[in-house]
Ligand binder design. Structure first.
Ligand code: MLT
Length: 331
């Protein structure tokens, strides 16, 4: 056989193998998924993003007929894991549970952010809204939000505020709180509010702003104090916690969200399968109850889809760019 003929056969063989692999992986959507899907959680295990991801992916796995495996990729306020997701193959086998921090507030906070949430990701759907609470260690010397605000204003120089890294929800929402109170406490970063919560329960830090999903059992058990929830209404999961409006700080009105994204270029049929699986999860009574018991605000109907998430990301990037411009970069 001539060298030319041998080379041509080799090239044809490679092409066939590549095409075969693409079909086997279901990149046209018809057979997808044929193997487990990785869902990156850009924060520590046990924190709010991780908890929402595990609850939602549990049901999505059943719909897809393949396991969704959670991979916690921590660092830099969730931007390390998000960058990893952006760079993953756009074949539907790597997706990410992002949130208001990683896919909106990080934009104004990181001038050299390696990704643009509106450009580098395909929206799959909104998974949950997560109200924010103002929390403190259980022996914090303030019985209500007014006393807390007064105490923080007088003692900020000696106080430690926990957060999950610059750009995270806890960082951004406490940046807003600190700017309203006009204080600059020492900001102590963790890889997620799972570990930050342990520090708050242990009394190693003084206060934190966190998503409700991470706090219900600690507040109910009395291992931390909750001064207020920053939503218009009280939350059924913590009915005794007043709203910030009721507690005298109406200007602190903020909440976060979790959403599933895929890398840019993921084929539309695959995105549609993922969106349908997410939608089914959010319709399932058991999944809904698990999320509602943790205080989540469940997106209904049109708020869940790809288009709704694309427009949410755009409006949240704008909103947080304005807030951070006014609040300053914090510390
Ligand atoms: C987490 O899962 O640890 C949080 O979502 C971190 C945060 O953004 O505050």
């Amino acid at each position: 056989m001539s060298v030319r003929r041998f080379t041509a056969m080799l090239a044809a063989g490679c092409l066939l193998a590549t095409a075969g692999a693409a079909v086997a992986q279901g990149s046209n959507g018809s057979t997808y998924p044929v193997r487990p899907v990785t869902m990156i959680v850009p924060f520590a295990a046990g924190g709010p993003t991780d908890v929402v991801a595990r609850i939602v992916s549990d049901h999505m796995s059943r719909t897809l007929g393949q396991q969704i495996v959670i991979e916690n990729v921590v660092g830099a306020g969730g931007t390390t894991g998000s960058t990893r997701a952006k760079r993953a193959s756009a074949d539907g086998y790597t997706i990410i549970m992002g949130h208001m921090g990683t896919h909106a507030a990080a934009v104004p906070l990181y001038p050299n952010l390696a990704y643009d949430p509106s450009v580098d990701f395909e929206p799959v759907g909104l998974a949950a809204g997560t109200p924010i609470l103002i929390l403190a260690r259980k022996d914090y010397p303030a019985k209500d939000l007014a006393e807390f605000a007064e105490h923080v204003k007088k003692n900020a120089a000696t106080l430690n505020m926990a957060h999950a890294g610059v750009g995270s929800v806890s960082y951004t929402t406490c940046l807003l709180l600190n700017s309203i109170l006009d204080v600059k406490p020492t900001a102590v970063p963790y890889n997620g509010t799972g570990p930050a919560m342990n520090a708050l329960v242990g009394g190693q830090v003084d206060y934190m702003c966190d998503q409700i999903v991470n706090v219900v059992s600690q507040v109910q058990g009395g291992s931390i104090r909750a001064y207020a929830i920053a939503t218009a209404e009280r939350n059924p999961a913590l009915p005794d916690v007043p709203t910030t409006k009721e507690a005298g700080l109406p200007e602190y009105s903020v909440s976060a969200w979790n959403a599933v994204f895929a890398p840019k270029g993921t084929p539309q049929p695959i995105l549609d399968k993922l969106s349908e699986a997410l939608d089914k999860a959010l319709t399932d009574e058991t999944t809904r109850k698990r999320l509602l018991d943790l205080g989540s605000d469940l997106p209904e109907g049109d708020r869940r889809g790809q288009k709704a998430l694309a427009s949410l990301v755009r409006s949240e990037v704008d909103r947080w760019s304005r807030v951070i411009k006014t609040a300053g970069p914090g510390n």
